[in-house]
Design a protein around this ligand. Structure first.
Ligand code: KG4
Ligand code: ZN
Length: 330
């Protein structure tokens, strides 16, 4: 079964063709990062206008790279939430038009669920249930127990900033630009995590909190000598990164042991962080799966892959599918 996936929930316009939820036939991502960088974050109105400009060329390119014709597509999957309303509307509108014109079934896909399904792409062995999913992106830090396809129990979430949002804000504090995650990771490579920054363990819960850490970093950066010296900026970035990584790894492994799962699945943009990946792979007694970096950040292959399992389990949407910007999972 060949699915066309469409993703426009934030600042990436993406289309992909995926076979049987696993084989990527084509995967096109048009990033708006350069457009939003000058504002230090995503400007919703500009994002939706940009999606309108590029969505058709992006879909055309996904189809032409796949070297197939429309009659070879068996269904359309599209992110319908969570995300920016104006951005989601572009993807959902185009997906409905294609599905209706070609008489194809359409699956509205939850963006957080799609991130999880990046772990099914291009794998020799698919994940096994039950597994524990850590989704860490610009908008979410969720710990979700997955018992089967479409069966999710949310164990915990962030109480304030998402992990990716914390990286973005930390980078802004340190003058490292946007998006913050890759910037912090790069600068931290030459730094030493020597500054004592707080870790919010929130014992007895599976929740996360990163706003206290961000505030502590801000106070640290107020000390003039920090931002004046390149090496101190690198040390501050490394200290921040290691505080985030320590909490994400520690709480996830603890939850995985308590839930008795056989696997941990990472996903979302922050899962592209190499220090996080190494820390998980070195310290977890439970096998950890992490998609390659380009499948951790927003893409449409994960949407198409997730859509395949929706069709397999009869979760087909109507042609009246609408966006749900505040959609949650589990
Ligand atoms: O999943 P994603 O592409 O979009 C959302 O669904 O939000 O995640 C984007 C987030 C941004 O906050 C970005 O700074 C962060 O993921 N990110 C990273 C890295 N690459 C992207 N954070 C830490 N290290 C990275 N290498
Ligand atoms: Zn995302």
């Amino acid at each position: 079964m060949r699915i066309l996936g469409i993703e426009t929930s934030c600042d990436e316009t993406a289309a992909a063709v995926v076979e049987n939820g696993a084989k990527i036939v084509s995967n096109i991502v048009a990033s708006q990062v350069d457009i939003h960088a000058r504002y230090g974050g995503v400007v919703p109105e500009i994002a939706s206008r940009q999606h309108i400009s590029v969505i058709i060329p992006v879909i055309d390119e996904a189809m032409s790279k796949a070297q197939i014709s429309w009659k070879d597509i068996d269904g359309v999957a599209v992110t319908f939430g969570p995300g920016l309303a104006g951005s989601l509307l572009v993807g959902v509108g185009v997906a409905k038009a294609i599905a209706l014109a070609l008489g194809l079934p359409i699956a509205g896909v939850n963006h957080i669920e799609a991130h999880i399904y990046a772990n099914w792409l291009e794998r020799e062995k698919p994940p096994v249930f039950p597994c524990l999913c850590l989704i860490v992106s610009g908008g979410h830090s969720d710990l979700i127990l997955m018992k089967g396809h479409g069966k999710f129990d949310k164990l915990g979430q962030t109480r304030d900033d998402a992990a990716g949002e914390a990286f973005d804000k930390a980078a802004r504090i340190l003058g490292l630009g946007y998006p913050g995650g890759p910037a912090i990771e790069q600068v931290a490579q030459s730094g030493i995590a020597r500054f004592p920054l707080p870790r919010a363990w929130l014992k007895g819960t599976y929740d996360f909190s990163f706003s206290g850490l961000k505030t502590a970093l801000w106070h640290l950066a107020q000390r003039e000598e920090i931002l004046a010296k390149g090496s101190a900026v690198a040390d501050a970035a490394a200290s921040f990164q290691s505080a985030v990584v320590e909490v994400l790894v520690g709480k996830t492994i603890k939850a995985a042991k308590e839930m008795g799962v056989g696997q941990i699945l990472l996903s979302g943009g922050v899962a592209a962080n190499k220090v996080l990946a190494e820390r998980f792979l070195n310290s977890s007694p439970i096998p950890v799966m992490i998609p390659p970096p380009h499948l951790c950040t927003d893409n449409a292959a994960m949407v198409a892959g997730c859509g395949y399992y929706h069709f397999q389990t009869g979760q087909v949407s109507g042609y009246d599918l609408d966006v749900v910007p505040s959609l949650s999972l589990g």
